[in-house]
Design a protein around this ligand. Structure first.
Ligand code: HEC
Ligand code: HEC
Ligand code: HEC
Ligand code: HEC
Ligand code: HEC
Ligand code: HEC
Ligand code: HEC
Ligand code: HEC
Ligand code: HEC
Ligand code: HEC
Length: 286
């Protein structure tokens, strides 16, 4: 609807300007608004573009995406219907004519990608040579890698989520359309727990750090050089960030019998096994 009004306005203005130039010489011709001509007509000249009919857009008319084509046909072609010479907003509006409803898509304009003007067609392909999940321009990990090399490199560290192995995708945790790009919620990390259900609780005895800081205070979400993708090289160092005598740490001090010079006490989770929460031990011993 907006597009039609816009198109009409543009046409009106250009006709008006033309009218001024031509004033007095000829009577102005009535402004022509492009009308739809139907897929059959487009395919007369563009018979190689039928691939769209093998995608989930099979029932979508050419002109629903490209715009009405009567003027284009009359002119015998031109760049007016092309995506190539259009800007980010034009493409977004064109696609969002239909794709505005899903909650994550209705937020698209506020996403980091939209703010950086990464267009729908940077990631999605309307006329794919080969069918791909989500109509992506390339396999998802290659697509994301084309712009986020540093993040992708983290999945090559010794301990990592199996994205490169194909067992999960970036979009298992991120939604590329929404604000903040995160599918994983802050704080409670509900989404980490959607796969790691045993870490979720509710527990009788919650480990407060988990609730307040989320999983990422102890784990690196993509990958790590440390076993269990921990943020520190040894379990003890993860814990002592909060459980030490130094000022400003959030947790209590371990009882005095914890002799940290002794190797026995360095592997905290050998004893505090239920570190994510427990229903029986307030000290997470089981
Ligand atoms: C009479 C033949 C003819 C018909 C019918 C026709 N086109 Fe075209 N179209 C052309 C020609 C020729 C070009 C190339 C223009 C150029 O390169 O400058 C073109 C260019 C295009 C482009 C841009 C191509 C590019 O390389 O960027 C698009 C998109 C397009 N047409 C879509 C359509 C759609 C959609 C329809 C139906 C509404 C349609 N065309 C109907 C002849 C036609
Ligand atoms: C879902 C929206 C959509 C539909 C439906 C669609 N196209 Fe396209 N078309 C695009 C987009 C987006 C591009 C730009 C290249 C890409 O992303 O694949 C494109 C590219 C083209 C091009 C090449 C010029 C360019 O802009 O790069 C032509 C020609 C074309 N389409 C014709 C057609 C014809 C003919 C039909 C109907 C049979 C059709 N398209 C249906 C979205 C669509
Ligand atoms: C006229 C309405 C319409 C327009 C315009 C439109 N789409 Fe769609 N799109 C659909 C329908 C219908 C489906 C299939 C049903 C569904 O999955 O919701 C679909 C499905 C999709 C899918 C899902 C593919 C899959 O594998 O599940 C993607 C991605 C997509 N569209 C992207 C786009 C992009 C990018 C544009 C703009 C170039 C666009 N669409 C323009 C109607 C539209
Ligand atoms: C940064 C890349 C990127 C951008 C930009 C992007 N998408 Fe997507 N889109 C994806 C990925 C990845 C998926 C998930 C595919 C899957 O599930 O395998 C997806 C899925 C979809 C789907 C299908 C399933 C769903 O979740 O509803 C639609 C429809 C869609 N996108 C439309 C759009 C539209 C419209 C735009 C522009 C307004 C857009 N996308 C911009 C990457 C992107
Ligand atoms: C065409 C390049 C491009 C592609 C493809 C792309 N991104 Fe992005 N992405 C960006 C840009 C630019 C930003 C915003 C600047 C920044 O934060 O790096 C961004 C931001 C992000 C952010 C937010 C970063 C932050 O600091 O908040 C995440 C998460 C993200 N992208 C994930 C993905 C995923 C997952 C994919 C694959 C489905 C993907 N991106 C594909 C260019 C891209
Ligand atoms: C297991 C869930 C998960 C998977 C899978 C995942 N991410 Fe992330 N990603 C996160 C979390 C959580 C953050 C936030 C990290 C933070 O805030 O400290 C993040 C942050 C990011 C950022 C912001 C910059 C940064 O490093 O903090 C980008 C960009 C990003 N991810 C891209 C990707 C790409 C690309 C993929 C796929 C190759 C991917 N992610 C797969 C969970 C995941
Ligand atoms: C889509 C499901 C999924 C989501 C979401 C997910 N993970 Fe994972 N996670 C896995 C899989 C699969 C593995 C690999 C298990 C294996 O190798 O045996 C794994 C492994 C791990 C490991 C290492 C386990 C080990 O024994 O070395 C940790 C730690 C972990 N995930 C934490 C997280 C965190 C933190 C988040 C949220 C940022 C998260 N996961 C989100 C599926 C998921
Ligand atoms: C207070 C720090 C801390 C927080 C917060 C935390 N973890 Fe852990 N997690 C650990 C430690 C330490 C280990 C290694 C335990 C060991 O040594 O066996 C571990 C191990 C794991 C493992 C692999 C071993 C197993 O038990 O399956 C997974 C998966 C995991 N955590 C997921 C999560 C998820 C999901 C969250 C958020 C809901 C989370 N963790 C929050 C410290 C933490
Ligand atoms: C981000 C800070 C943080 C990290 C990291 C952390 N904790 Fe905690 N932990 C807390 C807070 C806060 C509490 C609840 C307050 C308190 O100490 O009584 C708590 C409670 C505990 C308790 C129960 C104390 C009680 O009063 O009964 C134990 C045992 C514990 N943590 C062990 C560990 C171990 C072992 C690790 C390392 C794997 C660890 N914590 C990592 C913040 C943290
Ligand atoms: C040899 C087993 C063992 C090891 C190793 C161990 N602890 Fe403990 N820890 C205990 C026991 C037993 C308690 C007391 C439980 C009780 O009285 O309920 C305890 C209690 C605690 C408490 C609770 C203090 C309170 O106020 O209730 C904290 C915090 C704690 N340990 C942290 C750590 C940290 C950090 C490490 C690693 C540096 C660690 N523990 C290593 C056995 C161990």
């Amino acid at each position: 609807m907006n597009k039609r009004i816009l198109a009409t306005t543009v046409l009106f203005l250009s006709t008006f300007a033309w009218g001024l130039q031509q004033q007095g010489s000829q009577p102005p011709v009535p402004p022509s608004v492009p009308e739809k001509v139907g897929d059959e007509m487009c395919l007369v000249c563009h018979d190689t573009y039928t691939s769209v009919k093998r995608t989930p857009h099979a029932s979508v008319e050419c002109e629903a995406c490209h715009g009405a084509g009567s003027l284009h046909v009359e002119a015998g072609g031109g760049m007016d219907l092309s995506f190539k010479n259009k800007d980010f907003s034009w493409v977004k509006d064109q696609c969002q004519d239909c794709h505005r409803q899903a909650p994550h898509l209705s937020n698209f304009s506020r996403s980091a990608h939209a703010r950086a003007m990464v267009s729908c067609t940077s990631c999605h392909q309307a006329h794919p040579e080969q069918a791909r999940a989500g109509m992506l321009t390339q396999a998802q990990k290659d697509l994301c890698a084309s712009c986020h090399q540093a993040s992708v490199a983290q999945f090559r560290k010794p301990f990592h989520h199996p994205v490169m192995e194909g067992a999960m995708t970036c979009s298992s945790c991120h939604t590329p359309h929404s604000e903040g790009q995160r599918r994983v919620a802050f704080g409670t990390e509900i989404e980490c727990a959607s796969c790691h259900t045993d870490k979720k609780g509710p527990f009788v005895f919650e480990h407060a750090s988990l609730e307040v800081n989320g999983c990422e205070i102890c784990h690196q979400p993509h990958g790590s050089v440390n076993p269990k993708m921990l943020t520190r090289s040894q379990v003890r160092l993860v814990c002592l960030r909060c459980h030490s005598a130094s000022a400003g740490t959030a947790g209590s001090q371990p009882f005095a019998f914890h002799d940290l010079r002794s190797p026995r006490f360095r592997e905290c989770t050998v004893c505090h096994r239920a570190i994510h929460g427990s229903n029986v031990s307030s000290s997470f011993l089981r």
